[in-house]
Design a protein around this ligand. Structure first.
Ligand code: DGL
Length: 269
C-alpha cells in the first residue's frame, strides 16, 4: 500500500518528510524525475507531458493517489490531467490549495465567497513557469479580496539545490529577495511556492527579516493529506513504498540523504 509523491527532483522530499512524520503508518512511493529537472524553465506543454508520464507510472505501480509535490507541475499539468479524466479509482492532487487556505485563514474545503483577510502584501517566490502561470493568483482570487501578490521568479535556485551547491543557492536566494523587495519593500507574508525552497527556508527568512511570516507547504500538505485519507481510507493503494528516480540513483541518494539527514536509497525508475 503506498501513496505516490511526485516531484521533478529533490524538492518534493520536503513534502514527503512532513507526510511521513504526520502519517507514520502510511507507505509512500517517491518519484523524482531528476533526468528532466528543473521543470521550472520548461514550456507548459513539456511540463504537462513529463508530469503525465510520471503520474501514470506511479498509478501503474499500484498508487491510487498521487500528490504532485511540485508547484510547477501543479500549475502546468494538474488541471489539464483532471479535465482529461483520470482512470477509475485513481486520483491526482496538487499542493497549492492547502497553502492558500492557510494564508487566507480558511478551513479545508471552505468554499464560501472571497473575503478580506489579515494580509494585504504577499511575496511569492516560485519557478519561472509557476510565476508565468499565475496559478497562485488564480487560486487566491477564489478565496480572498484585497491581497496584492508580488511574484519573484527565482531562476537558478532549483538547479543549485539539485547540484548540491547550497552556497550558490543561498546567494541566489538573497539576490531574489533583494529583487522582490525593490518591487514590494514591506511584504507581510512570503510564500515559498516551490517545494525545493523549504530546503533554503532559513536563507529566505534571514533575507526577508523576522517580521515576515514565511509559508511553506510541507506541514500544510501533510495535514491536508491526513484529512483526505481519513475521509478516503480506500485510497492507500496496493504498491510498495520506496524512492524512484529517472536520474543517477547513487547521486540522487547522496543528495537526499544530505537534505533529510537520514539514509535514503533511490532506485532507477
Ligand atoms: N519542486 C518544484 C516546484 O515545486 C521545482 C520545479 C523545478 O523543477 O523547477 O515547483
Amino acid at each position: 500500500m503506498a501513496v505516490g509523491i511526485f516531484d521533478s527532483g529533490l524538492g518534493g522530499l520536503t513534502v514527503l518528510d512532513a507526510a511521513q512524520k504526520r502519517l507514520p503508518d502510511v507507505d509512500f512511493l517517491y518519484y523524482a524525475d531528476s533526468a528532466h529537472a528543473p521543470y521550472g524553465v520548461r514550456t507548459p506543454e513539456d511540463i504537462y507531458q513529463l508530469t503525465r508520464k510520471a503520474v501514470h507510472d506511479l498509478w501503474n505501480r499500484g498508487c491510487d493517489l498521487v500528490i504532485l509535490a511540485c508547484n510547477t507541475a501543479s500549475a502546468a499539468a494538474l488541471r489539464r490531467m483532471q479535465e482529461e479524466g483520470v482512470p477509475p479509482g485513481k486520483r491526482v492532487l496538487g499542493v497549492f490549495v492547502p497553502l492558500i487556505e492557510a494564508l487566507t485563514e480558511r478551513q479545508w474545503g471552505d468554499n464560501s465567497p472571497p473575503r478580506e483577510v489579515s494580509v494585504q502584501n504577499v511575496a511569492l517566490f516560485a519557478t519561472p513557469a509557476t510565476v508565468a502561470s499565475r496559478a497562485f493568483q488564480r487560486e487566491l482570487a477564489f478565496r480572498a479580496i484585497g491581497v496584492d501578490i508580488e511574484a519573484q521568479a527565482c531562476g537558478g535556485v532549483v538547479d543549485a539545490i539539485e547540484e548540491g551547491d547550497l552556497i550558490l543557492a543561498e546567494a541566489l536566494v538573497r539576490s531574489h529577495v533583494d529583487a522582490l523587495k525593490r518591487k514590494m519593500p514591506y511584504p507581510q507574508a512570503a510564500i515559498l511556492g516551490c517545494t525545493h525552497y523549504p530546503l533554503m527556508e532559513k536563507a529566505f527568512q534571514d533575507a526577508l527579516g523576522a517580521e515576515v511570516k514565511v509559508f511553506s507547504q510541507g506541514n500544510l500538505v501533510a495535514e491536508s493529506l491526513a484529512d483526505y485519507l481519513q475521509r478516503h481510507p480506500n485510497m492507500l493503494g496496493t504498491g510498495a513504498g520506496g524512492y524512484l528516480t529517472t536520474g543517477k540513483p547513487a547521486t540522487v541518494s547522496d543528495r537526499a540523504t544530505q537534505f533529510l539527514r537520514r539514509k535514503i536509497e533511490f532506485r532507477a525508475a
